[in-house]
Structure formats: C-alpha cells, structure tokens
Design a protein around this ligand. Structure first.
Ligand code: NAP
Length: 361
C-alpha cells in the first residue's frame, strides 16, 4: 500500500482496486437489477464518527477504507452525537481528503428517525425529507448524495407522500438513487409499486441482518429480489457481538461498555453462542467478524454487508472477510445451531410501524 505523499495530504492508494500481497481486493456486487455496483463491504458512520471521537481517528478509518476499495460510505442526518455531527465530520474529511475522488465514491444519507424537535423533525413527510436532505448536503459539502433513504416507516404519513418525496428528490438532482430502510415486506411491496408508477424505481433496501437477527430471511429477501431491489445488510456484526470484542469481558469504551448498545443483548446464552461461532470461524481459518460478514454475503440477494469500525485495525480485519466467502453445507448447518434470533433487533418495532419518535440508527 503506497504511503500518502505528505502525512496531511491524502493520495488514495494506487492498489485500492487491485489489493496487495497482504490484503485481498474488494469485490463489487450489483444492487438488484440496477447498473450500480456496491463494495461487498460498506462502512457506516452511525457510531464512531460523532463529536465524541477524535477527527484524526475518523480520518484514518475513512482513508484506510477507501485505500482498500470501500467505495461506499453510509450516513444519516441523525448520526452523531450530536445529530448531524457525523455528516459534519465527514464533510470536513471530504473537503480535505476525498474531494478529488468524488466520482469514485458512493455516499448515502437518510432521514426518518428523530432529528429535531417540532413537527418536521421525524417521520416521512415530504416537508421533513426534502429539508433534511438539503441540510445533510450542506453539512457534507456535497451537491448530491448517491443514495437517499427513507430511514424507517412512518405510519402517520401516506406512503404515496413519502415515496413521492423520494421521486422528487431524484428528479431535483439531490440524489441519484433512493432506498428504504427497515420496511416490512408488505410495505416494501407497496413502496415498490408506487415508485414504479412514478418512474423512480427503488434501488435498495437497508434492513438489519446478522447471524443473531434473521428476520429478513422469511419474506423480505424474496420481496426485494422480486422487485429488482438490492439489499444492504446493516449491523452485520450485531453491533460487535459477532466479533471477539466480548469474549473476555466487556472492554471499557466498547459499544456495550459505553452503553451505546442495550446491555441486555449480551446474555449468558448469547455469549455461549458467540464462543461456539468463534470456534467454527477458527476452523475456517477466519476470525468471527470475518465469518459473520461472509455469512450475510452468502445470500445472493444481499449486495453488501454494512459494518462499523472504531479503529483501523478492526476495519482491516473485517475487510479481509472477502478472502473467503464460501461455506460448505456442513459449515452452514453447524452455524445454524447457534445463529438464531437473540432479541437484538431494536428496529423491529419501527418495521412493525407501531412506534413513534425514538432515537435509533
Ligand atoms: P456492526 O458492524 O454490526 O458493529 C460495529 C461495531 O462492532 C464497531 O463499532 C466495533 O465496536 C465492533 N467491531 C467492528 N469490527 C470489529 C472487529 N473486526 N473486531 C472487533 N470488534 C469489531 O455495525 P453497526 O455499527 O451497528 O452498523 C453499521 C452501519 O449500519 C452504521 O454505521 C449505519 O451506517 C448502518 N445502520 C443503519 C441503521 C438503519 O436504521 N438503517 C441502523 C443501524 C446501523 P466498538 O465500538 O465496541 O469497538
């Protein structure tokens, strides 16, 4: 990997699309039936990029990601802390480092979860989505985002209004593509039909999916494939549970240790499953994080695994997952013994559209 010409002046690695002897090349997968390819692993900026984290660490992670072929960065209006801070920090790094590479980057943002007080800071109204995206573009210093998502269903807003706003966002040049997140299969089918009528097909669905959270296997994956949509699976590492992070206790500063994740998620039973899966991964010559990423990508409907990282080391380890994405039937059967729903889908109530304003990813 070539070094930057000057420590403060970033030049992307010449090997970003070829890989190196040390690290394999990134793979790119087509989103549904569209022409758009996503990296098999995408980096999200939900945690780790707010005002509570050093900008230099954020810069190092983002540089390393792009140097290793991660062309897609996923953001949202509310990522922080405070809401908006991740987009602001990304905007700083975009201006200082990535400006010459804008056309090589796929940048997404979202609106739907709580952003601000008042009637226009949550939900799926045209008023909220359009104004929020304008504010996101300002924070990031961009003319457009590549993908804009409605972040969660809003039972109070007619779906025609929300999808109509997404259509307007594309036609007005604010986004190249649009998607939806945490929508149920039924709501997804309705959204697909409305978007098709309007002539702005939905590119992609962003649901939670991991070995400990398998709700999309029942119907959503089929629904997306039937509608020609890709799927980008978020929290593919179950917020760090599906790594070695908690094998020997709860480290200070970890997501669980800093109460950024529900501490009830790590039960004794779940820890036993993590240990068993860790052993299976070791038998494959992989870390658990690598196996967890490969596992979501085993489904052809899944375009990309959307992960987070709080350090360059974590990112490096996770990206090496692409070295081995195949599983034997015996391995999958053994994994199935432990890869069961563990009550960690904190977005499930939004999917069921039974809750209102609440802060989440
Ligand atoms: P994740 O990949 O499941 O969890 C990331 C966390 O796992 C890291 O912060 C780190 O925890 C730990 N980790 C990562 N790699 C590791 C490794 N190799 N070894 C040990 N630990 C490792 O993903 P996530 O951060 O929950 O979500 C990823 C992205 O999905 C977000 O940034 C966002 O873009 C998107 N997302 C979308 C929604 C939505 O509603 N659409 C919701 C949630 C997330 P520590 O911080 O403890 O080091």
């Amino acid at each position: 990997m070539n070094a930057p010409v000057h420590p403060d002046i970033y030049r992307a690695a010449d090997t970003r699309y070829t890989g190196t002897e040390e690290h394999p090349a990134m793979l790119y997968r087509r989103s549904g039936v569209s022409g758009l390819k996503l990296p098999a692993v995408t980096l999200g900026l939900w945690h780790n990029f707010g005002a509570d984290r050093p900008l230099e660490n954020q810069r190092a992670i983002l540089r390393r990601a792009f140097d290793r072929g991660v062309t897609h960065f996923d953001l949202a209006n509310n990522y922080g802390p405070m809401p908006g801070a991740a987009e602001e920090n990304f905007g700083r790094i975009m201006a200082s480092d990535f400006r010459p590479y804008r056309d090589e980057l796929l940048i997404s943002s979202k609106a739907g979860w709580y952003m601000q007080d008042g009637p226009y800071g949550f939900g799926g109204s045209r008023k909220y989505l359009v104004a929020s995206l304008d504010a996101s573009l300002k924070r990031m210093g961009l003319d457009y985002v590549d993908i804009f998502y409605h972040h969660r269903p809003d039972p109070e807003t007619p779906l025609e209004e929300t999808v109509g706003a997404l259509d307007h966002i594309v036609r007005s040049g604010r986004a190249l593509y649009v998607g939806i997140s945490s929508y149920s299969p039924e709501l997804t089918r309705q959204a697909q039909a409305i978007a098709k009528d309007l002539g702005t097909p939905l590119l992609i669905h962003q649901p939670s999916y991991s070995m400990f959270n398998r709700w999309i296997e029942e119907d959503l994956l089929d629904t997306c494939a039937a509608g020609g949509m890709g799927v980008i699976a978020f929290s593919a590492l179950a917020q760090g549970l599906l790594t070695d992070r908690y094998l020997n206790g709860i480290p200070e500063g970890s997501r669980l240790g800093s109460h950024k994740m529900n501490t009830g998620f790590l039960t004794d039973e779940t820890l036993l499953a993590i240990r068993a899966l860790n052993d299976i991964a070791a038998g494959r010559g992989q870390s658990l994080a690598q196996m967890a990423i490969a596992w979501v990508l085993r489904r052809p409907e899944v375009t990309s695994a959307l992960i987070g990282a709080s350090s360059v080391e974590q990112l490096d380890e996770s990206l090496d997952a692409v070295r081995n994405l195949s599983f034997t039937d015996a391995e999958l059967a053994e994994i199935d013994c432990y890869a069961t729903d563990r009550g960690i889908n904190q977005w499930g109530r939004a999917t069921a559209s039974t809750e209102q304003a609440e802060s989440a990813g």
